[in-house]
Design a protein around this ligand. Sequence first.
Ligand code: HGY
Ligand code: MN
Ligand code: MN
Ligand code: MN
Length: 414
Amino acid sequence: MAAPGENLKIDGSRLWDSLMEMAQIGPGIAGGNNRQTLTDDDAKGRALFQTWCEAAGMTMGVDEMGTMFARREGTDPDALPVYVGSHLDTQPTGGKYDGVLGVLGGLEIIRTLNDLGIRTKHPIVVTNWTNEEGTRFAPAMLASGVFAGMHTQDWAYDREDAEGLKFGDELARIGWKGDEPVGARKMHAFFELHIEQGPILEAEDTAIGVVTHGQGLWWLEVTLTGKDSHTGSTPMNMRVNAGLGMARITELVHTIAMENQPAAVGAIGQANVYPNSRNVIPGKAVFTIDFRSPDQSKLDGMKARLEAEAPKIAADLGLGIEIEPVGHFDPVTFDPGCVGAVRAAAERLGYSHMDLISGAGHDACWINRVAPTAMVMCPCVDGLSHNEAEEISPEWAAAGANVLFHAVVETAEI
Ligand code: HGY
Ligand code: MN
Ligand code: MN
Ligand code: MN
């Protein structure tokens, strides 16, 4: 396969302009984005992406989970396409680049090939996976998980948000419930460009992360049941305090992760007490736990220890407890061939690069189960993400997109 010449580069300012234009849709309150999945803002972002894809001569397909597939034909229509993409949905207090850089980086590949009049042998399909974030509808990477056969579509359609709205209903409401069966598409390879969302690349002054592995994840939802009572007149020895149980289990999660260092993390994400009144002892607490590790035994060991010790905390306080796994994937090893294409591209282009384990989950983690897959990462300022202050430089964005371009085009064969 002929590798693209090192002088073949994407148009970094066009990519940056598109990032900034997409960032106008679903603005946050502090300079970032709140374009949560299946909201009207998500629909607007999807519409803008579709307009751009059609202007670039691509045809759009949409599957029954709402995932968007914009296809550019190759010279060999029978060749399996090379897929490239990420997600356009954001956290409630998200940044402008998480996911979006990977989708628009894919679009920039097409725009550049059009400029250069280059036609690859394999078709190329730029993808926007529905509901990668999993914050409105748990779990994360929901559509790519259905695509990879990890969840049934019916189970996904029944996922509810905090208002009790169902995923399937909201997908239909915004008009993005496609007609393609999910997972029917076969891929020659899948590549995803993403910001690191951690501090390593910036600290190492390195432009490109060659992602060899991804952490595994357990998401657990804990419900503690106690008794609402008066914060003033209830004696301390008569309280059945779900808020206290949540605090102690929060500490337990941290202790478990710290005792599994290095390469293990754990935290509480969402936390709600009920009735959430300032002079009522909470009779109920519902909160989510996020454990991650690249080491399978540490990952499963942390979950097992939590499941063994949290009930003892609950029993000491007279609380009822339910622990429900709501998301999981094992540690990921990406395809050595695709990882090699990423590494060779970084070398050919003269970018500093290092092998990296992804701390965050990505659609690529699921797609890696059904197609040869690899990721390209670029640094982000202070390693900050899932925060409206998330920031990257245009140079970092362009470097990541150039490596993505070379890896995709080499794999799609020119
Ligand atoms: O949770 C994750 O790792 C991803 O950002 N959704
Ligand atoms: Mn992401
Ligand atoms: Mn994210
Ligand atoms: Mn497992």
